[in-house]
Write a protein that binds this ligand. Sequence first.
Ligand SMILES: Nc1ncnc2c1ncn2[C@@H]1O[C@H](COP(=O)(O)OP(=O)(O)OP(=O)(O)O)[C@@H](O)[C@H]1O
Ligand SMILES: [Mg+2]
Length: 392
Amino acid sequence: MSTLFFYTRQQFFNFKSAQTVAGFEFLSMSKLLSSQRIDGLDSDQQYFVDISSLAGFVKTNDFQLLNFEQLFGSFGENITFICDKVYETDIRYLFRYVFDDFSDIEVENEDVPVENGEKPISQTKSVKKITDLNDSELDSFFENFDARLYGHERFKEEFKGLVNSFRVFNKLGEHKILSLFLMGDSGVGKTEVARSIHKALGSKAKLAKINFGNYSSHDALNSLIGSPLGYIGSDGGELLKRVNESDIGLILIDEFEKADNAVFNYFLDVLENGKIVNSQADEYDVSGYIIVFTSNITKENFKSKISPELRSRFDYKGVFNLLTDEDKKKFVHFRVNQIISKYTELVSNDLPEKLHDIIVSEIDVSQYKNMRDLNKKIKDTFVIHLKSRRKN
Ligand SMILES: Nc1ncnc2c1ncn2[C@@H]1O[C@H](COP(=O)(O)OP(=O)(O)OP(=O)(O)O)[C@@H](O)[C@H]1O
Ligand SMILES: [Mg+2]
């Protein structure tokens, strides 16, 4: 007869230290599986195996349930299973044929303070999300965002509306993730949207970015979330790594069209559940996050490439048009000023007079569609004037 015991977060560390003194060893399920320790378990040793990490994984990968049902049957009497009580409802149902009974652990001295230094089971890191901002912080977020991204006025208006609605319905548990799918020509500012959100949210860390252009397509999902469970040498995948390194609630997915169906289905789940789960069943709560997907596909190819289920889940899908000459001129003004002030600060303030006006007057913005090309032209023109100054 096997019983699964539930513990609360407050109980866990006391329980663990008391049981460790009593000679029990603690193992997490993912550790047990990923290091293939099952065969290496000592039959004379008593173990507590924590299955909390299975809750999210089995829920989203229920084809694995059969494997787990068989697996649990193979454990000996020396193993007792435990689980975080927050997953009780799901676990009781998913594993209804695995365990004969469900119960709560018993702890003495419940009021002893929680031990520090141990890493809690679930995530505690504080991440700044758009849903956490108060009204005045939100105003300055939009101000900052609008100033960084040139043009695309219609998108900016819609984005505001979407954010406002997202902040309300995320709190009601009805809208987990704000997703933007941006299409359009190269160099018009699709990726810049994510960079601008990143800066406007005041991040001090790296932007969490995945580029499917860098993945070979057949193992894109493995690169993203790690190799299948239990596979020796597998890691936790790039997605969780990137998200863990970031300090704000934003993920950028570049060149999404280069991913495959397995990846598309995976993101369908992420958008629906607001959770990132990797192959080792580590789970990360991304509710309140913005995910920006960018792609070079045309509107027509969008329909043939991306399934209707996934398409309908994007909150915004739109094509970014080329910038107007007016917006390009603003960009040139800004960039030239930026280069001049950086140069003055870092190299020398000995620059030709009216350099800004001279460079601006020499660049015909109507010849450029891609802002990267325009940026290159700005740099080249700047260097030419530095050289001509040296000759004089
Ligand atoms: N609308 C814009 N506002 C501000 N800067 C922009 C804008 N569009 C482009 N840029 C500038 O041009 C560079 C290229 O833009 P970005 O990386 O956003 O291109 P993209 O649309 O993602 O193109 P690709 O499809 O090639 O990835 C950016 O680094 C940025 O400096
Ligand atoms: Mg891009």
